[in-house]
Design a protein around this ligand. Sequence first.
Ligand SMILES: Nc1ncnc2c1ncn2[C@@H]1O[C@H](COP(=O)(O)OP(=O)(O)OP(=O)(O)O)[C@@H](O)[C@H]1O
Length: 249
Amino acid sequence: MIAINDIHKVFNKGKANQVNAVNGITLNIKSEEFLVIVGSNGSGKTTLLNLVAGSVIPDKGTIIIDDNDVTKLADHHRSQWIARVFQNPISGTASDLSILDNFRLAAIRTKPKGLTIGINDQFKQQVKEKIATLGMGLENKIEQSMGTLSGGQRQALTLLMSVMDSCKVLLLDEPTAALDPRSAEVVMRTADKLIADFKLTAILITHNLKDAYNYGTRIIQMSEGLIINDLDSTKKATLKQNDLFDWFG
Ligand SMILES: Nc1ncnc2c1ncn2[C@@H]1O[C@H](COP(=O)(O)OP(=O)(O)OP(=O)(O)O)[C@@H](O)[C@H]1O
């Protein structure tokens, strides 16, 4: 599904502050695999995600998504395959617009799975039904502006809007880092369910080792722009939570 071959990214090349952020990574991510990336600060996790998303273009190496060579494609040209959710719940939606209007915008931008813009009442009903699947009671608040919702509610809706389009890959860059523990748990469970329901290939970056342990079908650890641990689903199943803490010495 995603084939990353000997990818390199250097920032500030040739200057005193040169950083080899990604240092020759080769990684094959299978369709419907849910890959979790852990690693200390500055180990290159976000740069790797940016390379997959196309917001950073590599100095060397190739990235193939679904048999398409996207190595030089800018991020907006990869949106047919990729949806991305960021740390900040505010970044994915328009605060002043209602939940319904945010879904309308998302529907115009893409062709959401199971949503036809159609006549107004029909669209509204479909949005309500989709939101009801989150189990947060937000289906009764669709006329409320996005800005009045909590970070967790907003992030769950952002996730739903992201995965409803035709994307096959979901990139999650510390999606719960700005949330309280309870909201973080709801958002992670929502993400996990949506990934399974929509049969997505997903990559999650997290500093939360409990989430890294509980979610995903494969886990890698990065250090200094390289992968230093890689456990597939079979090996991950035998992993103990304490083993993960040991990775960070
Ligand atoms: N646009 C940039 N310009 C210069 N240096 C950068 C840029 N983006 C990242 N870096 C550097 O590349 C290295 C890897 O950064 P990256 O954000 O990928 O790490 P990370 O593992 O995601 O870290 P964190 O866990 O702190 O988010 C760091 O040293 C960072 O300062």
